[in-house]
Design a protein around this ligand. Structure first.
Ligand SMILES: Nc1nc2c(ncn2[C@@H]2O[C@H](COP(=O)(O)OP(=O)(O)O)[C@@H](O)[C@H]2O)c(=O)[nH]1
Ligand SMILES: [Mg+2]
Length: 283
């Protein structure tokens, strides 16, 4: 299963993955499996990706089921990467309201591994500390807002994620203990010196890092840095993004994709999935 809040890089990953396995431009550990039914949405997003544009955001209220079936050629084993590409900040809402769609419960119950997304392009958790909050409170001698007022959406991202992940252990989910592959997306935006995704996580999201390392619901953890887009792009309607020209010069397009982490080969974002499926030793 795929797990991650809005803007964490899930759809772009799916678009790049589909291009990679559909085009067969470069060898990959897992190849495209059998697909039935309607996969227009996958084709649409991978089309935008190939043209060097950002994937379009899921329209409000529209839920796109993304299922990518992958095949391990040597063993004949198959795996499915599945997620509800939910709009309307469903997970963030779930943190505040404690409600989530029933379909999501099914997805969690059936999951045997998790691809967890976190974007390197998010700044707001870095900056504010409890000391800043104290200072602000002292300055505002007369509190303008009710001191008991709490806005869940303003809770730090790592607090929200740890809470949501913890919920998966309890009814109605009761997720099986599973392997987790954390994808730090938009890895191209991380400064060059910061080459290790594990260190990146420990520095920026220490609470989440501790939870992932110690939760009984997590059998095993791996951390990857992934640039699925390769650089900064923009939506088609907004014209070419800053890195579009450079990215289009990379041929074949699959080579725009970059991944760092344990047991990887350049460009191959099926590697985390191979590990999740327990097939790594089979190659
Ligand atoms: N620079 C860069 N930006 C990315 C990358 N992957 C995703 N993004 C951007 O991050 C934003 C959120 O991505 P999206 O895939 O829509 O996230 P989702 O809401 O989790 O599906 C979009 O503006 C993407 O263009 C990447 O590899 N590099
Ligand atoms: Mg999306």
């Amino acid at each position: 299963m795929v797990f991650g809040i809005q803007e964490s890089g899930k759809t772009t990953f799916a678009a790049a993955l589909w291009h990679l396995v559909d085009s067969e431009e470069i060898p990959t550990a897992l190849i495209k499996g059998k697909h039935f039914g309607d996969f227009t949405y996958l084709q649409e997003i991978s089309g935008s990706w190939a043209e060097g544009y950002e994937v379009e955001r899921t329209k409000l209220q529209q839920v796109e089921n993304i299922r990518v079936n992958l095949l391990h050629a040597a063993s004949g084993d198959e795996m499915t990467l599945q997620f509800d590409d939910m709009s309307g900040e469903t997970l963030e809402q779930a943190f505040a309201t404690r409600y989530c769609p029933e379909k999501f419960v099914e997805l969690v119950k059936n999951a045997e591994g998790m691809l967890l997304f976190l974007s390197a392009n998010r700044r707001n958790d870095d900056s504010v500390t409890i000391l800043d909050a104290f200072d602000a409170e002292e300055e505002a001698a007369q509190p303008a807002v009710d001191p008991n007022h709490w806005e869940p959406a303003k809770a730090p991202l790592q607090v929200q994620l740890v809470d949501l992940l913890q919920c998966l252990q309890r009814p109605p989910f009761e997720a099986k203990p599973m392997k987790v592959a954390l994808v730090v997306s938009a890895w191209d935006l991380v400064p060059d010196g910061d080459t290790n995704p594990e260190k990146w996580l420990n520095d920026r999201y220490p609470l989440l890092a501790q939870y992932l390392a110690n939760s009984e619901g997590i059998l095993n953890l791996r951390i990857y840095g992934v640039s699925a887009q390769g650089g900064r792009l923009s939506k088609k309607k907004d014209g070419p993004g800053p890195d579009r020209e450079n990215l289009l010069a990379i041929v074949p397009a699959s080579k725009r994709i970059r991944i760092v982490g344990p047991e990887i080969t350049e460009h191959d974002i099926t590697r985390p999935l191979l590990w999740l499926a327990g097939l790594e030793s089979a190659i």
